[in-house]
Design a protein around this ligand. Structure first.
Ligand SMILES: C[S@@+](CC[C@H](N)C(=O)[O-])C[C@H]1O[C@@H](n2cnc3c(N)ncnc32)[C@H](O)[C@@H]1O
Length: 179
């Protein structure tokens, strides 16, 4: 099975719709919705690693593909944080339909610094520039209280408090907090 076919198959299984339009009037520079490949999520669960003892947070969760899949693969408690409420409605419907009590979605601006406490953070290129800097600042404050792993898909960061760990895939980099 090719990966794109697997992605479509998974979305059908999860009951997720095809690409919904982004809301008009999003703040300038907001990254629009595009789902991450299933392959990157599977690799994250294996290599981060993500276990049932973790709390997995997807910042900019879209329809919830990584949040739902990480939970289904590992049993992890999973939270998706997403700016666009209509995407969260779909994600919540999918979690309810599948009876997943340990998966939760919240409508929030992650760049405003209101980020739930977790142990594994997943970001698929959801932020740029000042928004990314604010998200990293919030993660650094959380990492001062507990170790975290940042799983970055499609972007790289350089922060003194993060140690880079390359994955087997060039699009995915893990960062372990060092505070
Ligand atoms: C590239 S998509 C990734 C979606 C999801 N993580 C996935 O991999 O399937 C980026 C998402 O981040 C959301 N987003 C952008 N800025 C955000 C912010 N400040 N707070 C919360 N979500 C945000 C967008 O609405 C979009 O759904």
């Amino acid at each position: 099975m090719r990966f794109d076919e697997r992605d479509l198959w998974l979305d059908e299984l999860l009951g997720l719709p095809e690409l919904p339009a982004d809301l008009p009037g999003l703040p300038p520079g907001t990254v629009p919705y595009l789902p991450c490949d299933v392959a990157a999520v599977v690799r994250t669960v294996r290599e981060a690693p993500v276990t049932a003892a973790d709390v997995f947070i997807d910042l900019g969760a879209g329809l919830g593909r990584p949040t739902l899949l990480a939970h289904l693969l590992s049993g992890v408690r999973a939270v998706g944080v997403e700016l666009q409420s209509h995407l969260v409605d779909h994600a919540r419907t999918a979690a309810t339909r599948l009876g997943l009590d340990d998966v939760r979605f919240t409508v929030a601006d992650a760049a405003a610094g209101d980020i739930p406490e977790g142990s594994v953070y997943f970001i698929y290129a959801s932020f740029n520039g000042a928004a990314l800097a604010r998200v990293l600042g919030a993660l650094e404050r959380i990492a001062a209280r507990r170790p975290i792993v940042l799983c970055a898909v499609g972007f790289e960061v350089r922060e003194s408090w993060l140690r880079e760990r390359r994955s087997a895939s060039p699009e995915l980099v893990f960062y372990d907090s060092s505070r």
